[in-house]
Design a protein around this ligand. Structure first.
Ligand SMILES: Cc1ncc(COP(=O)(O)O)c(C=O)c1O
Length: 387
């Protein structure tokens, strides 16, 4: 423990880790004269695919569009049901709606906050087409258990690994385990391109279809047309979308990928330090990491025992008054008005409902210093005291 600063500090929930390398890469992309889905997107995709050990990486505008495309390319459409955890960012379920299908919510394991595989079978109906396991806060879901059920029922799996770039499952990179995996490059994730997302897959069919649909359904990409010595006229056989990543973003992403191991090592080091600083604090539970997983720690999620500590919103208010940003631990999608009121979703998910009220995300980022962390911990301890 360092000496806790008596001066008020301003500590955000996260900060992207970028420097002159990203600024210069973006500038070079701009100077090159090719700024949308060109050679730099292709180079970024190759670098991500190599890092994950998969045949294809298809870059898109964000993880929500990645999930939407991945579902469409997995054959999910109107009339289908897709099993999803409710304890996730709303985009997980919204992507199912965008595909014209219906999300069916399943409860989570209270320790990992990921879908509880033991509850999946009861949610399967003749209309079930796919399962979306989510690697919540950067901790891989129990993928083998999900994949085994999917294989038995002939279901597709589209993994939502938005916060899990760099995570591993049983020693394998997340992204190489499920048939299709989607990542986010939003600034809260391990690495960022501002906005951005990518689909990782070994399926030639999914990759090819995703490449066509991300660019309005054009049969030939701009890059192929540009590099051709002949005139090529493209066709539009399917209803596509504009989900193209820019070369400016991809240039930034390629630089970010070089920093991924350092970023993760720093986050894990500071998460471990949180573990030891908070081990003896009464009324909180620190994150559980199963043996099979290496976590990316998008944030550091603690659970508050309402019997022992002050109400969570009061803890958050008190921390904010001291300049420390916190966030509620994810959400219960089925309780949001879009689902509960507009779509009349009536489902009881007790573990999710309790987790969404009791979890609290603490700041964690690459440049997070011990002085900043001690400040957060000291003010957390004070904020937890019941009136
Ligand atoms: C689990 C999960 N899925 C999907 C998304 C959506 O990602 P994006 O903002 O890149 O669309 C997020 C982003 O926070 C997320 O945490």
């Amino acid at each position: 423990m360092t000496t806790v600063s008596s001066a008020k500090m301003n500590i955000p929930i996260t900060k992207p880790y970028m420097d002159e390398a990203e600024a210069e890469a973006a500038a070079q992309a701009i100077r090159s004269g090719w700024i949308v889905q060109g050679p730099l997107v292709q180079a970024f995709e190759k670098a991500v695919a190599a890092r994950l050990g998969v045949a294809h990486a298809v870059a898109v505008t964000n993880c929500t569009s990645a999930l939407h495309l991945a579902l469409v390319c997995s054959g999910v459409g109107p009339g289908d049901e897709v099993i999803v955890p409710s304890f996730s960012f709303i985009a997980t379920a919204n992507a199912v709606l965008h595909a014209g299908a219906t999300p069916v919510f399943v409860d989570i394991d209270p320790r990992t906050y990921n879908i509880d595989p033991a509850l999946i079978e009861a949610a399967i109906t003749p209309r079930t087409k796919a399962i979306i396991p989510v690697d919540q806060i950067g901790l891989s879901a129990d993928l083998d258990a999900v994949l085994e059920i999917a294989a038995r029922y002939n279901l597709k799996v589209v993994e939502d690994a938005a916060p899990a770039m760099g995570a591993t499952y049983k020693g394998r990179p997340v992204g190489s385990v499920s048939p299709v995996t989607c990542f986010s490059f939003h600034p809260r994730k391990s690495i960022s391109t501002g906005e951005g997302g990518i689909i990782a897959t070994n399926s030639d069919q999914v990759a090819e279809q995703a490449r066509v649909l991300r660019a309005h359904g054009a049969s030939v990409s701009d890059l192929v047309r540009h590099n051709s010595t002949k005139v090529v006229i493209e066709e539009y056989a399917e209803l596509g979308y504009n989900y193209r990543m820019t070369d400016i973003q991809a240039a930034v992403g390629t630089e970010q990928l070089k920093k991924l191991d350092y970023i993760l090592a720093r986050r894990r080091e500071m998460a471990k330090r949180y573990d030891s600083l908070l081990a003896s604090v009464e009324g909180i539970t620190t994150p559980f990491v199963p043996d099979y997983a290496v976590h990316t720690y998008q944030s550091y999620a603690i659970r508050l025992d309402p019997e022992v500590v002050a109400p969570r919103e009061i803890v958050m208010e008190r921390m904010l008054a001291q300049g420390v940003a916190t966030r509620r631990g994810v959400m219960a999608i089925h309780e949001e008005p879009l689902y509960k009121e507009k779509r009349q979703v009536q489902v009881s998910l007790p573990v999710t409902e309790q987790a969404t009220r009791q979890t609290l995300l603490l700041p964690l980022y690459t440049t997070f210093s011990e002085v900043e962390q001690d400040y957060v911990v000291e003010h957390l301890k004070t904020a937890l005291v019941k009136d």
